[in-house]
Design a protein around this ligand. Structure first.
Ligand code: GSH
Ligand code: FE2
Length: 370
């Protein structure tokens, strides 16, 4: 039995519908907002009852219709627990199964394209999202991506499935529709016969432009596509400032960071970070300067190395004082630099909460999500 494969040409996204032929209970994987009428029509014409809407990850290139499908078709929404999609009704862990009729889908945790990405196994099919594409794989340069994790997920998780397993990718940009684990093991140009170091080098050399819709897609998908046109919440604060690009709230910093627009720089000392708590994913470059000191070449050099051209530098300290000085220096160095208001001890009303020495949390979730 095969899944129904549907394609969105604007984003080259594949959506899948699987169903139990007896009960006609169905599952949809990675639905696209602009295709909701098509998908509802497919379900209606075949008499299917949508039980689950599944996300493989928080997409960066299109907006999901999962939230709308829950409202219109009565589906329950599910997403990997590590993707920050807190509005999903069920958050999936490695090995979890979802039942529809007498059929089951099993979740495989496959980090790499994003930290929380998952693939789904149904019978002898695997829906690989952006983890494994046909003769390719998802990029790893934003949303907590990691080439090393992706290499492991492909070679140690997906390639352990039987060679006959059909691979149904989340995208294809060249008109191909499916492959198999056996085929990808032999011929995937990025992974087949490659060491982790070779794979990591290939991924580092891709230099792809960011997805065109990343800024709207990621925040929208963290709410299953339901809130992308809602009014901007109060906590998305941005104020002009003297000598640097501006002061921003933690929430806005988080949004820019999630969208891959910014590098987060923690200017506290190593000792403070160890004692008070760290911010996962922030680059630690201590601000060791004081009035009268002209400049600190170590800080300058590390900062310039940490912030690639075209990305914003978001400066964070304990309470938002050192980070202003650091933002001014970053501006002198030619960067577009912002100070994060109130720093690590930021107002919890700003939806960011300090972690217990385990790191910053955001809306109750670790900062490192996506
Ligand atoms: N041109 C596309 C690029 C989309 C893109 O970067 N897609 C991600 C998945 S979210 C990816 O991993 N692409 C792999 C590739 O382009 O090889 C857009 O602007 O939307
Ligand atoms: Fe993606």
């Amino acid at each position: 039995m095969k899944p129904i494969q549907l394609f969105d040409t604007a984003s080259s996204t594949y959506t899948y519908v699987l169903f139990d032929p007896v009960s006609l209970d169905a599952v949809i994987i990675d639905p696209v907002d602009t295709q909701i009428m098509r998908d509802l029509t497919v379900l209606r014409e075949r008499g299917l009852r949508l039980v689950w809407a599944l996300e493989t990850h928080a997409h960066a290139d299109h907006i999901t219709s999962a939230g709308q499908l829950a409202e219109l078709a009565g589906a329950k929404t599910t997403a990997p627990e590590g993707c920050g999609i807190s509005s999903a009704s069920v958050l999936l862990k490695e090995g979890d199964t979802l039942t529809f009729g007498t059929e089951q889908v099993r979740a495989l945790l496959t980090p790499g394209h994003t930290a929380g990405s998952m693939c789904f196994v149904w019978r002898d099919h695997v829906f690989t999202g952006d983890t494994l594409l046909i003769n390719g794989c998802g990029r790893t340069d934003f949303q907590s991506g990691s080439a090393a994790d992706l290499y492991h997920s492909i070679t140690q998780v997906l390639f352990k499935l039987s060679d006959a397993t059909t691979v149904w990718p989340g995208h294809d940009y060249q008109g191909r529709s499916s492959s198999s684990i056996g085929q990808e093991k032999i011929s995937n140009a990025r992974v087949a016969g490659k060491t982790e170091a070779e794979f990591t080098a290939i991924m580092a050399a891709l230099h792809l432009p960011p997805p065109k819709r990343i800024k709207e897609a990621v925040p929208a998908n963290l709410h299953l596509g339901l809130r992308h046109d809602a009014p901007v919440p109060h906590a998305l604060v941005q104020r002009d400032a003297e000598g640097y690009a501006g002061d921003i709230s933690v929430t806005l910093a988080h949004q820019w960071w999630q969208a891959g627009d910014a590098v987060l720089v923690d200017v506290r000392t190593d000792a403070e970070r160890a004692w008070v708590g760290f911010v996962p994913e922030a680059i630690g470059i201590a601000w060791k300067q004081w009035p009268g000191m002209v400049s600190n070449p170590d800080f300058d050099q590390a900062l310039l190395a940490a912030v690639p051209a075209g990305k914003k530098a978001l400066l964070l300290c304990r309470s938002g004082v050192r980070s202003i000085a650091a933002a001014k220096r970053a501006t002198e160095l030619g960067l577009q630099a912002y100070n994060i208001l109130e720093g690590f001890e930021g107002d919890p009303n700003d939806h960011a909460q300090r972690g217990q020495r385990g790191g910053w949390r955001f809306n109750g979730l670790p900062w490192r999500q996506g």
